[in-house]
Write a protein that binds this ligand. Structure first.
Ligand code: 13P
Length: 257
């Protein structure tokens, strides 16, 4: 089954609105002609509206870095999924930095995923184990649990809009990527196989699963060559136009463009 690769730049807490807009425009000019790969950038929420305006009508899409599950109310500092309608196509949820520093739980990731789907957007749900879990051999059961918890209550029909990102915590921002074979086998055993149990073969084979963690132009081809990996969720290398454009170009070339 063919799955359209998806390459998303997670800018994290970088690029204030003016810089975000300039960067998005420069990047847009470099990636708009690749049509076999879906692309998106995830600016800070403050820059979403400016970047969304700048990219109106472009194949380069916009992702938000989070969303609250309630439509409105007394939730200081939060942005409702409903408020992102028209500004973002995707919303990144469950990122390990949010889990680690802001006490994000599996239950809240699930509430947010349901809210994002209800608001008509596509959640990108990040899962992944710590170094200690990896070394203790707990990766597969732990990641399977994260996937199951995140997807509770999500219908088979809505799964067409869900993207999952496997990001081993020990590979994020460390320069230490998982080997492509390691990542592929964990994605197969912990993510795709969990989807198979929950939704059956067709959905397991059609859901897009990204790898994230120190993806760079120099290792992108290896990841994209793996049968279970459908693109990348990229931090550091997404902050440079040349690097991010190179990642998209590699994904497109390897997809026959
Ligand atoms: P790096 O690409 O900087 O390792 O970050 C990965 C990541 O966390 C993307 O969400």
């Amino acid at each position: 089954m063919s799955r359209t690769p998806i390459v998303v730049g997670n800018w994290k807490m970088n690029k204030a609105p003016r810089e975000a807009i300039d960067f998005a425009q420069q990047l847009e000019a470099r990636v708009r002609n690749f049509d076999s790969v879906e692309t998106a950038v995830a600016p800070t929420s403050l820059a979403l509206s400016g970047v969304a305006d700048a990219l109106q009508g472009s194949p380069l899409k916009v992702a938000a870095q989070g969303a609250h599950w309630e439509a409105s109310g007394a939730f200081t500092g939060q942005v409702a999924a409903d408020m992102l309608r028209g500004l973002a196509d995707f919303v990144i949820l469950g990122h390990s930095e949010v889990r680690a520093y802001l006490a994000e739980t599996d239950a809240n990731v699930n509430r947010k995923a349901n809210a994002v789907l209800a608001a008509g957007m596509q959640p990108i749900i990040a899962v992944g184990e710590s170094l200690a879990q990896n070394e203790a051999g707990e990766t597969i059961p732990f990641v399977r649990g994260q996937v199951r918890a995140a997807l509770a209550g999500i219908s088979a029909a809505d799964m067409a809009r869900v993207v999952i990102a496997y990001e081993p915590i020990w590979a994020i921002g460390t320069g230490k990527s998982a080997t492509s074979q390691q990542a592929d086998s964990i994605i197969g055993a912990a993510v795709r196989d969990t989807l198979r149990g929950l939704y059956g073969d067709t959905i397991a084979e059609s859901t897009r699963i990204q790898y994230g963690g120190s993806v760079k132009p120099g290792n992108m081809a290896e990841f994209m060559a793996q049968p279970n990996i459908d693109g990348a969720l990229v931090g550091g290398a997404s902050l440079q136009v040349d690097d991010f454009a190179a990642l998209v170009e590699i994904a497109a070339e390897m997809n026959g463009e």
